[in-house]
Design a protein around this ligand. Structure first.
Ligand SMILES: [Zn+2]
Length: 365
């Protein structure tokens, strides 16, 4: 795949209407499901194929895929229609329903293959609120396209390249797309960030709270284009400053396995250069346990502790009171910062250069 990328990048541009790069998104895992769509057709299930259906029910039987109550003779069925509906979302063209065993239990994995550009427009629409300036959508489009390419390379031998969750990128299907996101995708078509002829790791997050985190401190691997830097543009973010009170019972429950007993004190023992908690010490009657700041956040909940940039930490007899800045892991592009910079007149190239210094804007196609 690396070789492929380099060859494509050095060839003349391929006409825009040709889909040159596909990505495969895991839509979800289901015990059973219904796909709806006008003029729906199935491939791969032998006699089950038809072009006059509008609704098909899939089940995960003990010995294989079940379609409309009948055992199918295939493990993978491709469902096609101009517009497909599944679990409250709409998808264009194709859904693959794959029978698999997960933890020895039969289930259905649904994969949506689509061209990278459509995916990018969908990601920009899902990741960023409406009403933001175009340059912030363009910066997100380049970051999302690059991120998709790196995930594809990582999972090239799996049935899918990306999950549609915050752990990868949130893809909301067709209904989320909006015109300015499409304009951002179209005006940056094929553009990715690269470093030394490889696609860059273009992490992004909601708001950094004033300073982005370096890849070294965030992920443990130093990358010259993710050194961590000051951001002066995200103070409009709703969680630029945040506070939360967590009940003691929830705190004890979150750390039960690690600390083995009710927590008597919590202390941030080490911080990173961007003032994020690197290590946190939990004390109980039995002794102390040190965990990473990221684990501290994960165990209490990503959407409870919004970032590891914690300014205040107070444990009382009833609550754990936290005050912090920013939301997300803090590495790479700060989405609210991109918005602020764009409102101040920055182009998407300037925005990308500020969050990914030393990375180069390159054309994949
Ligand atoms: Zn920021």
């Amino acid at each position: 795949m690396f070789a492929f990328l380099i060859i494509v990048a050095s060839l003349p541009l391929i006409p825009a209407e040709e889909p040159v790069e596909m990505v495969r998104i895991a839509v979800g895992r289901f015990p059973d499901l219904v796909v709806e769509g006008e003029g729906l057709s199935l491939n791969g299930a032998g006699a089950a194929s038809s072009s006059s259906l509008s609704k098909v029910r899939f089940g995960a039987g003990k010995s294989g895929l079940v379609i409309d109550g009948k055992a199918a003779d295939a493990a993978v069925v491709v469902v096609r229609a101009p517009l497909l509906k599944l679990a409250g979302h709409s998808y264009r063209g194709i859904l693959e329903v794959r029978y698999q065993l997960y933890d020895k239990k039969p289930e259905l994995l649904v994969v949506h293959p689509l061209d990278l550009e459509t995916y990018v427009a969908g990601i920009v629409s899902s990741e960023l609120p409406r009403g933001w300036p175009l340059a912030s959508y363009q910066a997100q489009a380049v970051a999302a396209r690059t991120f998709a390419i790196t995930q594809k390379m990582r999972r090239i031998d799996l049935p899918y390249h990306m999950e549609s969750t915050v752990l990868d990128q949130v893809y909301g299907g067709v209904e989320r797309e909006h015109a300015l996101a499409q304009q951002a995708q179209e005006s940056t078509r094929g553009q990715i960030l690269s470093f030394r002829r490889h696609p860059a790791q273009t992490y992004f997050h909601a708001a950094c709270g004033g300073r982005t985190e370096s890849a070294k401190e965030g992920w443990g691997a130093a990358l010259p284009y993710l050194p961590g830097s000051a951001c002066h543009h995200c103070d409009d973010a709703p969680r630029f400053h945040w506070t939360v009170n967590i009940a003691r019972a929830n705190v004890d429950r979150a750390f039960m396995r690690l600390a083995k007993g009710p927590i008597t004190s919590i202390k941030i023992t080490e911080t990173t250069a961007s003032a994020r908690a690197k290590t946190v010490e939990l004390r109980t009657a039995a002794g102390t346990t040190t965990i990473t700041g990221a684990d501290f956040r994960r165990l209490l909940g990503w959407n409870v502790v919004w970032s590891t940039q914690i300014d205040k930490l107070e444990l009382t007899s009833t609550t754990l009171a936290l005050a912090g800045r920013g939301s997300g892991h803090g590495v790479g592009l700060c989405q609210w910062g991109a918005r602020g910079a764009a409102l101040g007149g920055a182009t998407y190239q300037q925005i990308l250069a500020s969050y990914y210094p030393n990375a180069r804007l390159a054309r994949l196609y």
